[in-house]
Design a protein. Structure first.
Length: 365
């Protein structure tokens, strides 16, 4: 998406969120219960706007026109504006809509978490309110899905930078997409930052968190991994400045963290690619990898099947080159002499056969 289209789509999402909250609050009998539900569910809420809405809803009882209704509408708009920019807006809106849908259903089918009196049966006012709310929420959902779909290429491009032995490329894309969804819900176009810049952080966060959670045999908490990364950077800077490895106390002072926390983080489970600390237990290099031994016959059989499927003399060249027949491996010149071909021609056949086998193996995976 271009920067102009990106900004326009983000502004439309903000407008639709505001409209969805406005439709949610358009039924005054539910206003007090909605505010109470929000207070119980989340703490970071616009309390001043809530108080004004509750007061306007109480004043509106028994009246429907004039200044009282205008005051309620103004208070509802203020609450909708504040809630549309709340960081948990999407989850809160979804929970309230589900509760109202439960009220609309029969008592036997569902129970609502809102403490309200169910509207009279066949109430035209409530039915109109329900239709407007459903229409607004549906339009918001469609716009959100389109915005996410238009930015999926960003997830793919970022996921390509990561490799993991236990996570496929599709898994990394999936984790990045979860980060993209959080970015879509939290993006504020009025701050002057492009969405792609804002979303890239959340996408990387989702991918790196997944890698951290599955990269170790024993899972290390994310906050510990973050502290270890910070300590690694501080240790590198300390060594460059002083020419020696810092102590736990020196690192704790640089990181502004307790010495015990730093010591535990440095001695936690070693991540892949790190060298063990001095005095740590080293793995037994003479130990046998049982899983590799069990997989070896299967891999050999699959490789031989691939060789047998090679056309022409490609299979014979591979067998002789890599001693798959049990005889000693032969050089390119020896194979060329056997088949009355030049050494260069045998090299070309070998290369072509290996490329073909590699492609077949990727299809199998």
């Amino acid at each position: 998406m271009s920067a102009k289209d990106e900004l326009a789509s983000a502004q439309k999402l903000v407008t639709l969120r505001r409209e969805a909250w406005r439709c949610l609050l358009d039924y005054p009998p539910f206003a007090g219960a909605i505010v109470e539900w929000l207070r119980v569910t989340d703490e970071e809420l616009p309390e001043a706007e809530f108080v004004a809405l509750e007061a306007a809803a109480v004043a509106l009882r028994g009246r429907s026109r004039g200044k009282v209704r205008s005051d309620y509408d103004a208070a509802a708009v203020a609450v909708a504006e504040a809630m549309s920019r709340h960081r948990h807006e999407s989850d809160l809106l979804r929970g309230l809509v589900e509760s109202i849908e439960a009220i609309a259903a029969s008592e036997e089918e569902a129970e609502s978490s809102l403490c309200v009196r169910r509207p009279p049966k066949d109430s035209r006012v409530f039915e109109g309110y329900l239709r407007a709310l459903r229409r607004s929420v549906s339009e918001l959902s469609r716009a959100r899905q389109r915005f996410v779909a238009n930015n999926l290429r960003l997830v793919v491009s970022i996921a390509k930078r990561y490799r993991h032995p236990f996570l496929t490329h599709a898994d990394l894309i999936q984790e990045g997409t979860l980060g993209l969804l959080r970015a879509v819900d939290g993006y504020d176009p009025t701050r002057g930052t492009r969405f792609s810049t804002y979303a890239a952080w959340w996408i990387k966060h989702g991918i790196t968190r997944a890698v951290a959670n599955t990269g170790l045999t024993i899972r290390v908490p994310a906050n510990v991994l973050g502290l270890r990364s910070q300590l690694s950077r501080l240790e590198t800077a300390f060594v460059a400045e002083h020419g020696r490895t810092p102590s736990d106390r020196e690192l704790a002072q640089a990181a502004e963290a307790p010495v015990r926390t730093v010591r535990n983080a440095r001695r936690s489970v070693l991540a892949r690619g790190e060298l063990p600390a001095e005095g740590a237990n080293l793995p037994d290099e003479t130990s046998v990898d049982v899983e590799a031994l069990l997989d070896k016959p299967v891999v050999e059989r699959e490789m031989l099947d691939l060789v047998d499927e090679l056309p022409g003399i490609e299979g014979a060249v591979i067998r002789k080159r890599f001693a798959l027949d049990g005889d000693p491996p032969m050089t390119l010149a020896e194979i060329g002499e056997l088949h009355c071909l030049s050494r260069e021609r045998i090299r070309q056949i070998e290369k072509k056969a290996l490329v073909r086998m590699r492609g077949q193996m990727q299809e199998m995976i």
